[in-house]
Structures are given as structure tokens and as C-alpha cells.
Write a protein that binds this ligand. Sequence first.
Ligand SMILES: Nc1ncnc2c1ncn2[C@@H]1O[C@H](COP(=O)(O)OP(=O)(O)OP(=O)(O)O)[C@@H](O)[C@H]1O
Ligand SMILES: [Mg+2]
Length: 290
Amino acid sequence: MSDQAGRLREIIRNNEEHDSSLTHQIKVYSIISGKGGVGKTNLTVNLAIKLQQMGKRVLLLDADVGMSNAHLVLGIEVKKNLLDLIENNLDLEDIIANGPYGVDLISGGEDLFLLEKLDKEKQEEIIRNLAELGNYDVLLIDNGAGINKHSLTFTILADEIILITTPEPTSITDAYRILKAISLYELKNRVKVVINQVPDIQTGKMSFNKLLKTSEIFLNVELEDMGYIFNDIRVNKSVMEQVPIVIKYPDALASLNIGQISKSILEDKNYTNNISNLKQFKNRLIRLFG
Ligand SMILES: Nc1ncnc2c1ncn2[C@@H]1O[C@H](COP(=O)(O)OP(=O)(O)OP(=O)(O)O)[C@@H](O)[C@H]1O
Ligand SMILES: [Mg+2]
């Protein structure tokens, strides 16, 4: 009897290993912030371009559902979005826009009530399909500001979280609140941190250390300093011109900073060995919603 049970377990394990939908690997980064307007979308779009330039096949998911604007920063028009997935029964592949600079985009659309329509099953289905998209190496998820149980789904499914904040005390405090939630719900034990709009390196370091010290005392998350992005007027200019800064002003300080961050992502020793498969995605979902 116990022999039979052992064999059964073996068969299940083998099947799981051979089911490519469960083991296909795509590295997923979710870019989040506490406070709004701190630079998530600009970082995500420009990071996508830099990673693509470094040889990765990148898909960008604008999960700022209802308020999506990554396409504006990327400078493209999108005809379809997540809403079409639900209302017009389209497949994920049908709503991927082939953006410029080799970056593909799925837009979250402009329907403010879309999140309500995106029930748990639908979100799971999207994630399952994303994990099965074989032609991408990296998925970057741009999120709305803050987190709530609903919008968290996309975030917790990521392999890595990139938390972005400015040096402003209000932004740092909100970033800490997010870290607290991540720690409390045991969503991740490691978070990458980017300090944006710094006037100088010293301020960047101080801001990171502030977060680090408090987290070390009170939370159970390890913070990783991913670097700083200078406050650079050319970011605003590139947004106005709807050409991403790394394309329009590749030599601007902010572009160089983002280039450095992309490099550190690819050089990260965890880049390849911390990739989740669908099974792990699902386990995280069950922990939160189950
Ligand atoms: N490094 C920077 N230097 C100067 N300005 C910046 C920088 N990063 C972002 N900004 C400015 O901040 C604005 C907001 O950036 P962005 O839209 O990327 O933020 P966000 O976090 O995605 O906002 P939301 O929470 O609304 O989605 C940009 O339009 C840009 O003008
Ligand atoms: Mg944004």
C-alpha cells in the first residue's frame, strides 16, 4: 500500500516536472511604491528598454489598472487592453502591443472599475497565461501607487519587488508602510529599493539607510540597495516629448543611473536562481487569498 502511494507521488512529481506550463521560467519584477508620482512608470519603461538593449526579451504589464499610462511614456497608442480580455474574450497574446525599442506592452486600460471586474480567477488566468508566454525573458509590472488586497495579486506573483521612493519624508514613510505590509503578510523576504529624484548621492544613501535601519529593527524583510536616480529635468522633458529618456537623452544623468540599475539586475546572483514557476506563483496566491 505504502509502495503504491510512493509510486503515485512519483508519477505526480514527474508529471509536474514535465508540464512546461508549470515550469516555464520568466523573470518577473514588480515595481511598486507607497506614495504616488514617485517615478514608477518612468523607471519601468526605461528599465524595459535598457534590459532589451542588453539582450533580454521584455514584456511590460501596465497593472495600474484603470489609470494606465505606460503607453504615454513609451510614446505609443494602444488599441487593446486588459478590458478586452474580459469583455471581448480575447487572449493575452491578442492584447500585447508591439511597442517601439523592442518592448512589448499590455495596457491596464482606462476603465476605473476594471479591477472590480478582474476577479481572482481572471487575475490567476492572466498570470497563468503570462507565465506561459514563451517568448519573453523578463516581465516588468508597473503598478499603481500603494497596495491593497485587490491590486496586490500582480505584485505578489513577481519574483522580485522593486520599491521606489523619493528622499521626501512623506515618500519614505509610505515606502516603509509598504515594507511593513510585505513583512506582515510574508509576501517576500527581500525587496530591492531605488531612491529616485535625489539631488546628490549622499541624500540617496541617507534615504536608503533610513529605510534600512527601521526595517532591520521592526521588519522581517531584507533590503537591497539598487541605487539612486538623480533629479533630472530631462525626465520631465522626455515625458512631455513622449520619448523615453534613455532614448531621447541617453547621456543624461538619470539615463546613466537607470542603465546602472539594469546592469545590476542582470548581474544579480539571484537573477537566474530566483525565478519562479507557475506552481510557486500559485502557492503565493493561495497564501494571500486562500
Ligand atoms: N528622476 C527624475 N527626475 C525628475 N523628475 C522625475 C524623475 N522621475 C520622475 N520624475 C517626474 O515625476 C513624474 C511622475 O513620474 P511617474 O509617472 O513615473 O510616477 P509614478 O510613480 O508612476 O506615478 P503614479 O503613482 O501616478 O503611477 C514624471 O512625470 C516626471 O516628471
Ligand atoms: Mg505610474
